[in-house]
Design a protein around this ligand. Structure first.
Ligand code: ZN
Length: 325
């Protein structure tokens, strides 16, 4: 299928500070990923081969969110957004768009940087890598917490979506993975972290206060289409003060305030379940390049047994509508 739009596609600048290696990742795989994160020629070649018209780029995880020093986070976010703008967007404006990297450690500064990125650099939204470290590597700020709400007010005003992307659990919350460190990242921990973070957003009442917010989740919603109906069912039996101030059932927010991408997934059964839960208007094709292969995911998607109407919606029509392309 030609003309596809993809939106969980990562890049990294060679001068981004090293954030500590994930030593559970196979070194040969990681070296190939590293090389591809920083360049655009092979990327465009791959896009051409696989019928992908536009890639929306984002700084790879843990990104700015992993910087413990607030000042450094603000300065680096600005520098990274300028870099992707000059290095990728300016050279191939017809093939690349970008999500802003933001210093969430300072929500007011993040709101300003988002406004600058959207209005001056032409970015189409932001991608946030889970929790943000504040001061040290074991301290987290989550996006539903009250000091972040002024940021959400600005996001709603700007009318752009925010992609909530995974990162690995806090170091002091990794006991459960001991002996099985391979599960910490994209194999498992990523999904659990991000699904729980998305639940925090739903339960907090954020979408009652700002009903026009749009959040994008990758990996077909990080398991939520399958698990959320049970969450809703069981929350009915929990004391109200233990699950936030939300006014709507949680599945309502999933259908109304979220889009889910196919990044990293090439499983028809999972796609069908997601379509049954949220409808094909809320699903967007994506790859998760260079961690995943454009060829593997495109060849599955182009052939999977769904209607051509749904394939067009998921492949590019929904994204074109969401981002006004
Ligand atoms: Zn990703």
């Amino acid at each position: 299928m030609k003309g596809k739009i993809v939106l969980e596609e990562h890049w990294e600048s060679p001068d981004f500070p090293a954030m500590g290696s994930h030593d559970f990742t196979d070194p040969d795989y990681f070296a190939k990923v590293q090389e591809r994160l920083q360049e655009y020629e092979k990327r465009i070649e791959d896009m051409d081969k696989n019928g992908i018209r536009t890639s929306i780029l984002s700084l790879t995880q843990p990104g700015i969110e992993g910087i413990c020093d607030k000042k450094q986070a603000i300065e680096l976010a600005r520098r990274m957004n300028d870099h992707v703008s000059q290095y990728f967007l300016a050279k191939h404006p017809d093939r690349f768009k970008a999500f802003a990297a933001l210093p969430m450690q300072d929500p007011e500064a993040a709101a300003k940087e988002l406004k600058r990125a959207v209005e001056e650099l032409g970015f189409v939204g932001a991608l946030i890598n889970g929790y943000s470290n504040i001061g040290d590597e074991n301290t987290a700020q989550y996006l539903d917490e009250p000091r972040v709400w002024p940021f959400w007010e600005e996001v709603e005003k700007l009318g752009v979506p925010v992609y909530l992307h995974p990162r690995i659990p806090l170091p002091n919350q990794q006991r459960m993975y001991q002996g099985y460190e391979g599960l910490l990242g994209s194999a498992w921990g990523f999904g659990i972290e991000t699904a729980t973070h998305a639940l925090r957003l739903m339960l907090s009442g954020l979408f009652d206060q700002y009903p026009d917010l749009t959040i994008i989740l990758g990996h077909l919603g990080e398991g939520l289409p399958f698990t959320l109906p049970r969450v809703e069912h069981r929350l009915r039996h929990q004391r109200p003060e233990t699950h936030g101030k939300h006014k709507q059932p949680v599945t309502e927010y999933l259908r109304r305030n979220f889009y889910l991408t196919t990044s990293g997934v090439f499983r028809t059964q999972a796609l069908i379940d997601t379509m049954l839960e949220v409808g094909s208007d809320r699903i967007l094709f994506s790859v998760d390049y260079p961690y995943e292969s454009m060829e593997e995911i495109s060849s599955w998607f182009d052939q999977c047994p769904i209607s051509e109407t749904d394939r067009q919606k998921i492949g590019y029509k929904n994204a074109a509508r969401l981002f006004n392309f």
